[in-house]
Design a protein around this ligand. Structure first.
Ligand SMILES: CC(C)(COP(=O)(O)OP(=O)(O)OC[C@H]1O[C@@H](n2cnc3c(N)ncnc32)[C@H](O)[C@@H]1OP(=O)(O)O)[C@@H](O)C(=O)NCCC(=O)NCCS
Length: 149
């Protein structure tokens, strides 16, 4: 895809990120998202103006780098839809496992990831700095592709 197209996509994704993440420190800039999108190992699923997921594929392992849904569309099942679509994509690429990291206070994301079959396998203490003097743990999760809940 042309850089111009990727730049405008990065702007759209960054806008959605900005709206959907409460904690300023967790938001991705357009420049950073562009640097992800130009990497050939990185791909995305986009529901126009509603939400997206950026993920990487490295041989048999995939990683969800970020995912965000515009607030007014949250809790409408779009995240669930995207994660199911992601799994179909990963099956085609013969990926065996999906990994992700999520902040321990992100109850909606934790609920969704568990619902689609992700399991905790570790924790990074005080990994995310969400405020000047507040940090939260990162929960490490993984899922075997196509292994239903
Ligand atoms: C996390 C996020 C991607 C989920 O996408 P979504 O489209 O809102 O998710 P869905 O509608 O598919 O599912 C949300 C689930 O959380 C549940 N939920 C809502 N509020 C909740 C709460 N306070 N605690 C626990 N679960 C909650 C909903 O009931 C729903 O579960 P159900 O389908 O079993 O009823 C989205 O909310 C978002 O963009 N959040 C801000 C950015 C973010 O945190 N990204 C993830 C970073 S790892």
């Amino acid at each position: 895809m042309e850089n111009k197209v990727l730049k405008s996509l990065a702007d759209e994704f960054s806008n959605i990120h900005l709206k959907s993440f409460n904690q300023q420190n967790l938001r991705f800039s357009s420049r950073f998202i562009f640097s992800l999108l130009i990497n050939p190992q990185i791909s995305y699923i986009y529901k126009k103006n509603k939400g997206f997921c950026i993920f990487s594929i490295n041989k048999e392992d995939a990683e969800i780098i970020t995912m965000a849904i515009v607030p007014k569309y949250q809790n409408h099942g779009i995240g669930f839809l995207i994660l199911n679509e992601l799994e179909e994509v990963l099956l085609k690429y013969n990926c065996k496992k999906i990994f992700l990291e999520v902040a321990s206070n992100n109850l909606i994301a934790l609920h969704l990831y568990k619902k689609v079959g992700f399991k905790n396998f570790g924790i990074r203490k005080n990994y995310y700095k969400i405020l000047k003097d507040k940090k939260v743990d990162a929960i490490l999760m993984k899922k075997v592709v196509n292994l239903k809940k």
